[in-house]
Design a protein around this ligand. Structure first.
Ligand code: ASC
Length: 154
């Protein structure tokens, strides 16, 4: 009985992990407008928390390593989310997204991967508690944001 129960618990855990891991691709939106709002919300969250790190590494607010690690964790986690919300059905919805996104979807997604790699580096740097390392990772990440904005954002 004990063994049956633990096997069940294990199955439940595997199911939950799978659901979480596959969440971005499986994201269900009510409609195209809802998808646009979702991705805009994700970018807004990243902007606030990335901005917090920027203020710390640029001396605009006191450096707080715990706050920086918290912010970097949000940025890294949320950086996986917007891309599933750029479906073809969203192209006609007015937003800051340029038509090039759908013409060059592979390049767009490749740049999103680079950005996600940069945010993983941002979190690693934040965890060290070393402000100088964080500043370097902040610069790398900001460049990866800008590379996409220049090409794909109005
Ligand atoms: C930010 C923010 C962005 C990026 C970008 C980097 O803090 O809100 O969109 O950095 O400006 O170039």
């Amino acid at each position: 009985m004990r063994q049956v129960l633990s096997a069940r618990s294990l199955m439940a855990l595997i199911c939950i992990s799978f659901t979480v891991a596959s969440a971005p691709a499986a994201a269900q939106f009510k409609n195209a407008k809802h998808a646009v709002e979702y991705r805009q919300g994700a970018f807004k969250l990243m902007g606030v928390h990335f901005g917090s790190i920027g203020a710390m590494v640029n001396g605009k607010k006191p450096f707080d390593s715990a706050q920086a690690a918290f912010d970097a964790n949000v940025v890294k986690t949320v950086s996986a989310l917007p891309w599933a919300a750029f479906g073809d059905e969203t192209e006609s919805i007015k937003s800051g997204a340029r038509a090039e996104i759908w013409l060059e979807k592979e390049e767009f997604l490749a740049r999103s991967k680079k950005m996600q790699t940069a945010t993983a580096g941002l979190l690693e740097a934040a965890k060290t508690g070393d402000q100088a390392k964080l500043k370097v990772a902040f610069g790398d990440t900001a460049r990866s944001c800008k590379a996409c904005h220049d090409a794909y954002k109005e």
